[in-house]
Write a protein that binds this ligand. Structure first.
Ligand code: PGA
Length: 258
């Protein structure tokens, strides 16, 4: 299957930014400027914004989701949030295994795997984030890291329940950096992700899975990245905080949609 058959999915990751007022203003301005577009737009927002924003977006091509969740269905886990609470608040998807969670909060592949399973049982679409550090790339371990993160992150899950999985390839060295990875580096990594996915799941399923790139995406590099045959969308941090740059990237992706 070529890229033409996969939808472009653009996800903004707001991290720990935006109050309710700021978020509502953003979304109210965003909605009219993406009316009628064919790309799907996701916003991964702080938990406090899930309910008000999901009410605000209603039935549009904009969907809100969370940036993390716990692996338990509920329990005495002070400060944590359950998948069913995200779902209850109108969340459609959840980012899992973002490198900031892996690095700052010591999340390992086994924990992330349990979260993927829980997200699926709570009917949340998982966006599994993977990617190598600078040191791992320099030591030529990139493929090994990608393989391990995918295999361990998706271990023990029925392939059929992963049909709406999104994988986000985010090299840690490119996140928040001055420049993104080059289109060539990104395409090579995405192609490899798809190869591993086809071994793990099946070729037809792997061909269907959206693989997003993330790391220093801006309006000036989005088109070139999206033109790569295995790049089906973007996961955008910094540039999703400004309405102007986010809308520009969404419009650029829309041009490339089937
Ligand atoms: P960035 O962040 O676009 O600011 O590099 C991407 C991410 O962390 O998902």
């Amino acid at each position: 299957m070529d890229q033409g058959h996969r939808p472009q999915v653009i996800t903004g990751n707001w991290k720990m930014y935006k109050t309710l007022d700021e978020a509502l203003t953003f979304v109210r301005d965003l909605l009219p400027s993406i009316q009628g577009i064919r790309s799907t737009v996701y916003l991964a927002v702080p938990y406090t914004l899930l309910l008000p924003l999901s009410k605000e977006v209603g039935e549009t091509s904009l969907f809100v989701g969370a940036q993390n969740m716990n692996d338990a269905s509920e329990g005495a886990f002070t400060g944590e949030i359950a998948g069913k609470m995200i779902k209850d608040a109108g969340g459609k998807f959840v980012l899992l295994g973002h490198s900031e969670r892996r690095r700052l909060f010591h999340e390992d592949n086994a924990f992330i795997n349990r979260k993927v399973k829980r997200a699926i049982s709570d009917q949340l679409q998982p966006i599994l984030c993977i990617g190598e550090t600078k040191k791992e790339r320099e030591e030529e371990q990139t493929k090994e890291v990608i393989r391990t993160q995918l295999c361990e992150g998706l271990a023990g899950i029925e392939p059929q329940s992963l049909s709406d999985l999104i994988v986000a390839y985010e090299p840690v060295w490119a996140i928040g950096a001055h420049e993104s990875a080059t289109a060539e580096v990104v395409q090579e990594a995405h192609r490899f992700c798809r190869e591993v996915l086809s071994e793990l799941l099946s070729q037809p399923l792997a061909d269907q899975i959206v693989i997003q790139y993330g790391g220093a995406v801006t309006p000036s590099n989005a088109t070139e990245l999206l033109m790569q045959s295995d790049v089906d969308g973007l996961l955008i941090g910094g540039a999703s905080l400004s309405l102007e740059s986010f809308v520009k990237i969404i419009h650029d992706s829309n041009q490339l949609n089937p």
